[in-house]
Design a protein around this ligand. Sequence first.
Ligand SMILES: [Zn+2]
Ligand SMILES: [Zn+2]
Length: 175
Amino acid sequence: MQINLTELFTRDGKELDVTAELDMTSFCASDGEYELTDSQPVKLHFTNTGDRTLTVEGSAQLALLIPCSRCLEPVKVPFSLDLARTFDMKLSQRERAEALEEQPYLQGYTLDVDQLVCDELYLNMPMKVLCKEDCKGICNRCGANLNKTACDCDRSSLDPRMSVIQDIFNQFKEV
Ligand SMILES: [Zn+2]
Ligand SMILES: [Zn+2]
């Protein structure tokens, strides 16, 4: 959802409360696209703090389906995001765009709430997601999900780097 902030400029000290629905159904992270689920309307509070400066504060609640780092099963990861930004409207459109880098959530006087939430998600993405602490992962030989099934593969070398070396070694043996 996009919010036009022009009205907020009419008066220093002017405040604005907005509840915004998210339009996005997925989040494109650096390492993949994750389905969005359980998203609540985003509550935002804008203030014109004078000197052509706007602040926004708010919160967003949502969850993403992120594959488990070990077994790749989707895991519902909840996020409770605190949104706080200051917009210096004295900067030119170009200077603002540069300050925002890849997330152009502010275009002119229009705030793109989805982009703002994405920007915050980037900062909050977990390094690693596990479906459970003791997830057994997938067999690096046959790909079976070892939480659900057992397999008869010889996994004596569990280190994937070692298994690559072993594969090369086996290739030489076959020649
Ligand atoms: Zn898992
Ligand atoms: Zn296996």
